[in-house]
Structures are given as structure tokens and as C-alpha cells.
Design a protein around this ligand. Sequence first.
Ligand SMILES: NC(=O)c1ccc[n+]([C@@H]2O[C@H](COP(=O)([O-])OP(=O)(O)OC[C@H]3O[C@@H](n4cnc5c(N)ncnc54)[C@H](OP(=O)(O)O)[C@@H]3O)[C@@H](O)[C@H]2O)c1
Length: 251
Amino acid sequence: MAQSIHGKIALITGGAVRIGRAAALALAAEGAHVIVHYHRSGEEAEALCDELRARGVQAWPLRASFSRREEYATLIARALEMAGGLDILVNNASIFPRDTLDSVTLESVMDNLEVNAWAPFVLGRAFAGAVERGTIINLLDSRLSGYDWAHVGYFFSKQVLELMTRMMAVKFAPNITVNAVAPGLILPPPGEDARYLDQLIATVPLQAHGEPEDIADAIVFLAKSRYCTGEVIYVDGGRHLVEYARAAPPS
Ligand SMILES: NC(=O)c1ccc[n+]([C@@H]2O[C@H](COP(=O)([O-])OP(=O)(O)OC[C@H]3O[C@@H](n4cnc5c(N)ncnc54)[C@H](OP(=O)(O)O)[C@@H]3O)[C@@H](O)[C@H]2O)c1
């Protein structure tokens, strides 16, 4: 039985733009108040908060860098102080740098791990320690079922976040649920245009790319779910079912 999230307070990391923004709007449409975490997109975060308030919920922008330990270590405490409570944590912020098995460095692996896996875990642990009941939703990637030869550090970090999703689900039960959404082809990476998606559509069984709202729908489903924990929902048109398992390393 789905539970209402009307009046609940959600923190979305990287929430000012792209998929995070769609998630903020979708949660607000269910009546949730939203803390929009941002790093560089301060103007977009302010504008989104204005838009959310105009839709009848409370909204607060909140800045932190996930490359600076002292900033993300205090984020949950700052969010609680700002909003007076917290019920939903969406770990959406991420970096996606290019590297291959030939070029990847320890520095790149550590950067990816810190922003994409360690900071979400630190937020999750602080959240679970501070709230009586709540739900955590981590953003993964449908490539997890295979390989990503062009973003190796990113790929490692999302594998770790998937593992942490399951471990946190067990550790934080029974009062906190921890689940994940694994998007497929949704938006081109910053700096790429629609051709990036068009070239890859043939790899998707449903023969189309998804929209940020498709991911937001899954986030809302998990935020409202009473009985799902440790689960990963692939929202990728079936892409994880094909290709990656067979994909050979690039020559
Ligand atoms: N786009 C896709 O098709 C796709 C596919 C598979 C998986 N995903 C996953 O879905 C999630 C959302 O995707 P997206 O494409 O919308 O993400 P994105 O645009 O690549 O990144 C989301 C936000 O992360 C924040 N961020 C980046 N570096 C940060 C740092 N050092 N400290 C704090 N925040 C930082 C940025 O916030 P500011 O803008 O405020 O700086 C950025 O807007 C990500 O976890 C991604 O891995 C997306």
C-alpha cells in the first residue's frame, strides 16, 4: 500500500537541473516540500525554489561541494535546521568524467568514489542517524549490468553505490528504506547534444530514449513505497537486458 508523501520533506542532491529538477517537481506535485541541494547551479536552484513555492510547497536551496568533506559531512544537519525535519533523501548528484582502463588514474577513481558513492553514503548514514522514519533513494546507472569502458572511474563508483544501497537497506531497517533507480539513456551528458542519444537508441529494446520525468516517476514510486527496500528499478527501456552483457572492450 503506497503511503502519502504530502507534507514530507525531501532533500535532492544536484536537484537544480536535469533529472534532479524533474524529481523535485514530481515530489512537489505529490505535496512534498523540497530542499534543492546544488553545487554550481545556484541561480537555477533559486529559480526552481521559486517555482516550487508557486506550486504551494516550501522549498529551500542549499549549497555543498561533494569534493569537500566538511561541506557534505554537515549537509544533513544543515538541511534539518533549515527545514525543521527530513523524510526523503534522493542521492542524485554525480560526476561523469571520461576515462578508460588505459587512462584511468587513482585520482580519478577517488574523485568519482567521493562524489558518487562516499558522499551519498555519508549523507545516508547521517540521515538514518537523525530521523525516526524515512526513505533513501540512490541514483545508479543501467550500465551497471554490464560495463562502461569509457567512464571507468564513474562505473566503479556506481558499482560501489549499488552495493552500499543493499548494505544500507539491511543496516538501516526497519525504520529506513533504501532503494535505487538505474536510469538508461535519458539526457546527453553536459556538453553533448541530442545526437549523443540518437546514436545509441538502436541499443535500446524500446527504441527510444527516456525523459527525466520517467526517472522522477520511479523516484516518486519508491518515496511512497512502504514495503520495498534494497531494490533497484531499471528505467532504461530494457537496455540493461541486452548489449552490455555481450559488450567487448573497445580495441
Ligand atoms: N542523464 C542520464 O541519461 C543518466 C543515465 C544514467 C544514470 N544517470 C544518473 O542519474 C543521476 C542524474 O543524472 P543527470 O544527468 O541529471 O546528472 P548530472 O547533470 O550529470 O549531475 C547532477 C548534478 O550533480 C551535481 N554535482 C556534480 N558534481 C558535484 C560536486 N562535486 N558536489 C556536489 N554536487 C555535484 C551538479 O550540481 P550543480 O549543477 O548544482 O553543480 C549536477 O547538476 C546521476 O546520478 C547520474 O549518474 C543519468
